[in-house]
Design a protein around this ligand. Sequence first.
Ligand code: FMN
Length: 388
Amino acid sequence: MARPVLRTALCDMLGIEYPVVLAGMGPVAGGISGPVATAPLVAAVSNAGGLGVIGGAGFTAERLREEIQTVRSMTDKPFGVDLLLPSNFMGGAAGGEMPRDPRELIPAETRAGLRKMAEDLGIQWEEMPREPRADAPRPRSGGMSDEQMEVVIEEKVAVFASGLGSPAQWMDRLKANGTKVLCLVGNVKNAKRVAASGADIVVAQGTEAGGHTGRIATLALVPQVVDAVAPTPVIAAGGIADGRGIAAALALGAIGVWCGTAFLVATEANQPETQKQRVLAAGDEDTKITRLYSGKTMRNITNPLIEAWEASGLQALPMGLQGLLIQDLVYSIRKSGREELMMNAAGQASGMLSRVRPAADILHDMVAQAAGIIGGGLQARVTAVPGD
Ligand SMILES: Cc1cc2nc3c(=O)[nH]c(=O)nc-3n(C[C@H](O)[C@H](O)[C@H](O)COP(=O)(O)O)c2cc1C
């Protein structure tokens, strides 16, 4: 069958066939199996004509370098790397040094509250065995991904995406390599900020999205960002999981789409099968935003632990510290065999997904449907009333 044609300015900017970008998805399920978007999924999307993006957030710098090299061995097409660059990592704004056991930075009442919550749900609490730090004292103000950013620059990747925060301090070095810089934002204020710092493309991500997300819905956010940052181009994200979503995004003024949840159920996605099945089983109302797992607002398939945390009124800690707080929780959940309480980031589009299949099939079906809608004219579509 002839391949559908769907070209936008994004295809020329990034050297790809279709304006569909795989979201650089980091780890789920307590991080044991690493990020979701690793080499097999990234290469599959790039080979199918989209742009694969490594979810670098779960990797050390050296593991990230290996993953980049593995992708290069699997495809000669362009691909990207995504990292999280949160400000105030580990509460760094407070200053001072990291203690030898960084858990000392966690308030006792927050730890006790979380422990009680877990025990009320039948989890037997156990502290994760760990060694105190042996290295020299370091300041709390270091960024989450400083070492990984050096790898991105040394490896001269084609595309870099920042999932949180701003890559302004690395912008000149990225640009000098010819790397195209994408920045995810959830509101107009941050869109203007990253555009002013030199982002090549702003990714406007609506609240529907899986993973870290903001408060504004895609339909309202994308056109406002398009207008606010023009002539910087915009990619739409959040809730886009089929060709109707792509067509809508292009109608809103975006030049492409950035999709996570749609590829969470790809055969090549690196996440436990039970988590893929939970995404498939989820309906439109089964996700919830919580700070429980990372300290920042993140959309997950909901579970009783999220419900209890949200009802508790406990204050989440800054990113990094919250991750330390929940290490013992994750350890205890695993030991108690209660995997259904693990982080299972996914978006509202989960309800649209019906089976696990190869990433290339997901991508090609989305593109073919979008090309059909756009080629057939939006007019033809509005005659299809839901329920017909
Ligand atoms: C499991 C999962 C992990 C994610 N991890 C990251 C990440 O590490 N970095 C990032 O920039 N975005 C991450 N995201 C958000 C995606 O980049 C993307 O913005 C979102 O999935 C788009 O909305 P959608 O899920 O409705 O397609 C993650 C999303 C999911 C579902």
